[in-house]
Design a binder for this molecule. Structure first.
Ligand code: HEM
Length: 163
């Protein structure tokens, strides 16, 4: 406990907090708001989507920046504790790649690029995919956290000769 800095706690707090807001917000929109909004008249539905996206965009942009900064810091801390632990790096590497895919889809859905218009027309499916990937990401992150630091047995430690 003595070697935990305030920065470590703040970075974890920001990381988990940003993940809760982004994943929770996406689940709310995909499974509660969108099915309820389908019943609105088309003009009202379009207006609601337009207003909602303008606000949600700010959350997504800040969330991505915060997750990348806090996640990068967490990883920098973790590297020292998990040297030579292939499973840890494999799982966290997979998690980071999946997070980048999630960031890409989330950015496309709030963006305006004409190249991705088709994707935005299937918003519900892509948001469902974000929720699925986020579930795997949280599962992987939770597993590596609970698994903790794996220390090598003494007979597996290689001693280098100096002469
Ligand atoms: C959708 C995006 C992301 C979600 C939902 C997410 C979620 C989480 C969660 C729930 C934890 C567990 C925290 C704890 O128990 O203390 C965690 C830990 C972590 N995350 Fe993320 N994260 C995301 C993106 C990222 C990114 C982009 C990076 C790296 C750049 C990253 C790196 C890490 C690291 C290194 C840990 C610590 C793992 C350990 O315990 O050793 N995360 N993340």
């Amino acid at each position: 406990m003595d070697n935990v800095s305030a920065m470590d706690v703040i970075s974890r707090f920001i990381h988990v907090g940003a993940a809760i807001v982004m994943v929770g917000g996406t689940v709310f929109m995909r499974f509660i708001l969108m099915p309820a909004a389908v019943e609105l008249p088309q003009a009202e539905h379009d207006l609601l989507r337009q207003r909602l996206l303008a606000r949600w965009k700010r959350v997504v942009h800040s969330g991505i920046v915060l997750l990348l900064l806090s996640g990068g810091y967490n990883y920098w801390l973790a590297i020292r504790l998990h040297r030579g632990d292939g499973l840890y790096h494999g799982l966290v590497g997979t998690k980071i790649l999946l997070a980048l895919v999630v960031f890409f889809i989330a950015s496309v859905l709030i963006g305006r690029s004409a190249a991705f218009e088709k994707l935005r027309q299937n918003r519900a499916q892509w948001m469902g995919l974000i929720v699925l990937l986020a579930t795997v990401i949280v599962g992987l992150s939770g597993f590596v956290k609970v698994r903790g630091v794996v220390t090598k047995p003494l007979d597996k430690i290689e001693v280098q000769k100096t002469n």
